[in-house]
Design a protein around this ligand. Sequence first.
Ligand SMILES: [Zn+2]
Ligand SMILES: [Zn+2]
Length: 176
Amino acid sequence: MAHLWIDNPPTGWEELQLDGDQQVQLNHNPPLLTKSDRTGGRLTPTIRTAATSTASESIWVLLAGQADGVWVNDAPLVLGIRRLVDRDEIRVPGAGTIFFSTESLAQVKAHEGSPVTCPRCRTVIESGSPSVRCPSCGVSHHQSEEFPCWTYAHSCVLCPQATNLEVDDRFCPEDL
Ligand SMILES: [Zn+2]
Ligand SMILES: [Zn+2]
């Protein structure tokens, strides 16, 4: 799941979750951000209304008119569309500086949808069982006192994502 860091001078950096299908206005009309999905490698800059499946990869696309004066990473958005990648810096007149980030925190949640196999213990994660969905690879692991499969090792079974649940060590523009 992605989010935006928005520079809000009185309070500092604010995090805006881009969770689910939505558009983000950013003090702007027409909306600048829409979510689309990768379908057979095609980039579809349309607003999705259907629910995202756990297996699909979300792509965030920045849309703006040439007259909007939007810049991404020190270059003007000449074509009016750009696929955002982690840590892109977006500058919007009237909205200041915004950072795009795809990092998200691992959270313990009740497993939703059909049962899946935990990659750590290879038993089934039933619907409703406490589990952690890896923010990087999207694979669910058990996480309870009985089955601490997510925090059992320092990283996810299938990718290098750290399994620490307490420390928020994600990217923040303040660290720059
Ligand atoms: Zn397990
Ligand atoms: Zn993972």
